[in-house]
Structures are given as C-alpha cells and as structure tokens.
Design a protein around this ligand. Sequence first.
Ligand SMILES: NC(=O)c1ccc[n+]([C@@H]2O[C@H](COP(=O)([O-])OP(=O)(O)OC[C@H]3O[C@@H](n4cnc5c(N)ncnc54)[C@H](O)[C@@H]3O)[C@@H](O)[C@H]2O)c1
Length: 349
Amino acid sequence: MRELNVAVIGCGYWGPNLIRNFAEHKLTTVKYVVDLIPERLQKLSRRYPSTKFISDYELVLNDPAVDAVVIATPVQTHYPLARKALLAGKHVLVEKPMCMNSAECLDLIALAAEHKLVLMVDHTFVYNGAVRRIKQAIEGGQLGEVLYFDSVRINLGLIQNDVNVIWDLAPHDLSIMDYLVGKEPTMVHASGVSLVAGKQEELAYLSLRFDDKFIANFHVSWLSPVKIRRILVGGTQKMVVYDDLEATEKIKIYDKGVMVSTEGTEEDKYKTLVEYRVGDMLAPAYDLAEALRVEVDHFADCIINGTKPLSSGEAGLRVVKILEAANASLLSGKPELISVNEHEAAVRA
Ligand SMILES: NC(=O)c1ccc[n+]([C@@H]2O[C@H](COP(=O)([O-])OP(=O)(O)OC[C@H]3O[C@@H](n4cnc5c(N)ncnc54)[C@H](O)[C@@H]3O)[C@@H](O)[C@H]2O)c1
C-alpha cells in the first residue's frame, strides 16, 4: 500500500505523541516537523534522523510530496494553519478543539469538501478501546434508553493563557458524549470562575439540555488537589462507570436501576411505587491499543480508501458550537440556545 508523507506542526506537549505514532505506523512517514521554537525542534530531532525539523511552514505547503498536515499548535492557530494546508491540497488532522468558533469550522469543512480532502479532528477518546466498548454496549441495547451523561475531569492542571478550562478539558468529554449518544443539545448553561489568575475560568460546570429528557453534565477544573477522570452513563436497563485512571478495569457496567410504577391496588392508586434493582456488575474486556495508533490507522484509511472520518470536521463543529454557547452563557449568566442556521445546515449536508 502507498506510504503517506505527513508534516506535524507543533512539537510542544502533545505534538511528540502524534509524531511518535505517525513515525511508527507502517503506512505513514513523518517528513517534516515544524515549530517556532528551535530548542524544541533540536531536542526531538535526535530521535528522528530522517525527519526534517524546520520553522518555515511554507516549505511544507510547497512540497508536493507531503500528503497530510497534522496540526498540534494552540487553538487560535488551528484555523489559519489548516486553511493554508487545505488550499495547498493537503489532508488535515487538526487538534481539539477544532477552531475558535463555528464560522471557522464551517469554512474548513466547505474547503475540504470542495478540494476532496480529508479533514479530521483529534478527538482522541473516540479511538480509545474503553470508549468504543461503551459504544458497543449502548448500540447493543444493553443500557436500554440512555438517560444521562455525567462527567468529571479535574486535577491540578496547567493554567492556560489562551483558553478557559472548558475549552481546554471539556472537548474530550463533549466528543465522547457526541460519539456515544449521538444527540445534539438545544441549550447550554455554563458557570465558572477564575479563582487564581483572574483571567480565564479555571473551574467550571456545564449543563446541556436536549429536545428530550436526556441530560448531560460536565465538571472541569485545573484547581483540584486530586485527579479524577470519570464518566457515568445511565440507562433504563444498566449504568456504566468509565474511570480512565483505573489501570485495568476502566469500564464497569452495573445492572442497577430504579423503576417507578403507579400501578397497584385500589388503595395505592395515587402512590408512586419505587423499586430498586441491584444486580451484578460486569467489567468487560476492551481493546488496549493506544488510541492515537488506532486514530493514525483510521486517518490513513480515510485518505487511502475514502472512508468518512469518525471524528470528522462536522464532529469538530458540533463540539465547538457547544463551547461557543458555553462562553456566551458564562458572559450572560443565563442558559444559551444552540441553533443551526440555513448556511450551516447546507454546509453540513
Ligand atoms: N488530543 C489530546 O488529548 C490533547 C492533549 C493535549 C493537548 N491537545 C491539543 O494540542 C494542541 C497543542 O497543545 P500543547 O499542549 O501541545 O501546546 P504547547 O504550547 O505545549 O505546544 C504548541 C507548540 O506549537 C508551536 N507553535 C505555535 N504556533 C506555531 C506555528 N504557527 N507554527 C509552528 N509551530 C507553532 C509552539 O511553539 C509550541 O511548541 C492544543 O490544541 C491542545 O488543545 C490535545
């Protein structure tokens, strides 16, 4: 099969993980790594002797041998870098969150479609074996009707200058929810505060409402003394706990639930009868492969075979729309509606 030449832009904290996975994959070669900080390039260059470590992005854009560009730079640079890559005829894998606003996302989606190029967003967790196993349980009907999604992603985190904690951490959980449940919220309520640096919110709560009873809540923080990475998905039949910090049994599926009935004898007709079901717990096996390796496999497959990306530009847009509404809600102090306008509906179609 044809080998793909990629260029990775940005080798700060996350970029080296992408470089390693693209360098180790049998279908991909890392031809270039681009960064503006020479020491970062120098440090990595010893590990990848056949890769060119450069600071001039134009060299990548002008090299016809480069098939794809992988963007791991700060979020405000995603749009201009991805736009240039698409205009130069390169496929794009861009970090989460996809862009700073939905207009930028829509422009990239339209450009990729126009030039018949793959546009994928690094929603890493949708390639994680545990998350995929939960998806299987939901699709197989094990959970029954999915009722709620509840996530906590907190630790003593690196306080960012350019984005608040919602934009930094919530894309992971929002993309997991989007993948698992496949529903788009109609309303977003965010509350948060900056308690230390006095700029971007460092601790926040996000609540999403949908056009049915399903509800999703997210707690994100850079100010917690302990690290928690836990998601609960509740269904009418079973409930799942996904703890990403567990070494082996990350998923536990509980046969627990609450049933309410108003049926009964004539006397209890007006009483609500609550029954608790406490059954077994199952810790199912799941694929242990590194999520980024699975993702690189999928990106290569999308380019070579024309497969539609799981974490497509549209998935990136759905997450950014929630983030945008969350920022609006932080400002207004009220829940904000999410709507899809005609232009957006046309681009998404
Ligand atoms: N998928 C994940 O699990 C995950 C995890 C962490 C970070 N991220 C995302 O990765 C992106 C980068 O985050 P990070 O923590 O690695 O940031 P970072 O600041 O550690 O690294 C970013 C690098 O990009 C370089 N850079 C900036 N502008 C550039 C430009 N125009 N051209 C070339 N290089 C440029 C910087 O010099 C820096 O080395 C962010 O979008 C972040 O949200 C994703």
